[in-house]
Design a protein around this ligand. Structure first.
Ligand SMILES: Cc1cn([C@H]2C[C@H](O)[C@@H](COP(=O)(O)OP(=O)(O)O[C@H]3O[C@H](C)C(=O)[C@H](O)[C@H]3O)O2)c(=O)[nH]c1=O
Length: 182
């Protein structure tokens, strides 16, 4: 497995080994020992999620202010831009974001630790987005950071976008007033 650093040290991109042959391919999409070694800590996942979204859908930027979730994300159909925003006030990269194209073709995965807001934008006709979380869903603690907050300045696409958003995401809070982590 290749481990690709990002501009935010705790966020890494993983490229699992892919074994192709005349039948297709095989790849270990998750290996506990390999993953823990790659990120340098022991992590236990408690939930697997799967969402399907059409082109131009943007889901995010979400986080749980209590019971924070680490997320290991991948795409099995389609292509997305995956984004993580550092919401740890004590972090030297507080308010900074990183992104990675995650697709069925590149088989990349992004590790988004606890303390980050997370979201993705769909670049293909549709995308099947699968991810593991280190804590259970807790809607009472769920918060949305505004996807287009100019203070954060996430670049979702080369051209301006008018994404399909849930009401929760249309009403996301800018960083200046959002609840953040210590
Ligand atoms: C996240 C979640 C949702 N749900 C239910 C709640 C709603 O009835 C329905 C859709 O939920 P929501 O609109 O919050 O789904 P997303 O917009 O994909 O939310 C996710 O989007 C971004 C990408 C994230 O990183 C988070 O994991 C998560 O917030 O699924 C559950 O039952 N369990 C869950 O873990």
């Amino acid at each position: 497995m290749q481990v690709i650093p990002t501009a935010i040290p705790d966020v890494v991109v993983l490229e699992p080994e892919v074994y192709g042959d005349d039948r297709g391919f095989f790849s270990e999409s998750y290996n506990r020992n390999g993953f823990n070694a790659a990120i340098g800590r022991e992590v236990e996942f408690v939930q697997d999620n799967h969402s399907r979204s059409a082109r131009n859908v943007l889901r995010g930027l979400h986080y749980q202010i209590q019971q924070a979730q680490g997320k290991l994300v991948r795409v099995v159909t389609g292509d997305v831009l995956d984004v993580a925003v550092d919401l740890r006030r004590s972090s030297p990269t507080f308010g900074r974001w990183v992104s990675c194209r995650v697709s069925a073709d590149n088989k990349r995965q992004m590790w988004v630790p606890e303390g980050f807001a997370h979201g993705f934008y769909v670049l293909s006709e549709f995308a099947d987005f699968l991810y593991k979380t280190t804590n259970y869903y807790a809607p009472q603690h769920e918060r949305s950071l505004l996807w287009n907050d100019p203070e954060v300045g996430v670049v979702w696409s080369e051209e301006p976008i008018a994404p399909v958003l849930s009401r929760k995401d249309r009403e996301g809070k800018p960083l200046s007033v959002a609840e953040v982590y210590p």
